[in-house]
Write a protein of this length. Structure first.
Length: 167
């Protein structure tokens, strides 16, 4: 069955089963491999992307439910790596192995789009479902605070609305 997907500002038609998880469409059909497979059961957050500006677990999102929606993956968070979350992640040197980090950054970007200056509790709540086996949680929290200081309202809104685009 054909579905129209708008990923990082680019429209594609994909011919896949309606129940196919968005994660596999992104990775295996559209070749966007930044979004990771961790648990496959909605428990780790490695597969987090934005659909309609909200952070969702793409392993638990049937492609049919994302048809015609604005979808943003880590590749589309900014055109040039200058989203505040990307800059802050580099400044704080957050990743260790890096496997969970695309999902962490997408959850962080969705949080900042909704809450410009989140408290530690806001961060705790928003990031609760993103697991890091390397234990980078303290640096993730630092980086989110740093990103909040770097972000302009426009940048924050862009991440939620998929206003930025990677060619
Ligand atoms: S792979 Fe989707 S939540 Fe773990
Ligand atoms: S940096 Fe290794 S799993 Fe998070």
């Amino acid at each position: 069955m054909a579905f129209k997907l708008i990923v990082n500002g680019r429209t594609s038609s994909v011919d896949v089963p309606a129940g196919m998880p968005l994660l596999w469409v992104l990775r295996d059909v559209l070749n966007l491999r930044g979004t990771k497979y961790g648990c496959g059961i909605g428990e780790c957050g490695a597969c987090t992307v934005h659909v309609r500006g909200k952070a969702v677990r793409s392993c638990q999102t049937p492609v049919s439910s994302a048809a015609d929606a604005q979808i943003t993956t880590i590749e589309g968070l900014s055109a040039d790596g200058t989203h505040p979350v990307q800059l802050a992640w580099q400044d704080v040197d957050v990743p260790q192995c890096g496997y969970c980090q695309a999902g962490q950054m997408m959850s962080a970007a969705a949080l900042l789009a909704k809450t410009a200056n989140p408290s530690d509790q806001d961060i705790e709540t928003a990031m609760n479902g993103n697991i890091c086996r390397c234990g980078t949680y303290v640096r993730i929290r630092q980086a989110i605070h740093k990103a909040a200081g770097l972000a302009t309202p426009t940048q924050q809104t862009q991440s939620a609305q998929n206003g930025s685009r990677k060619e």
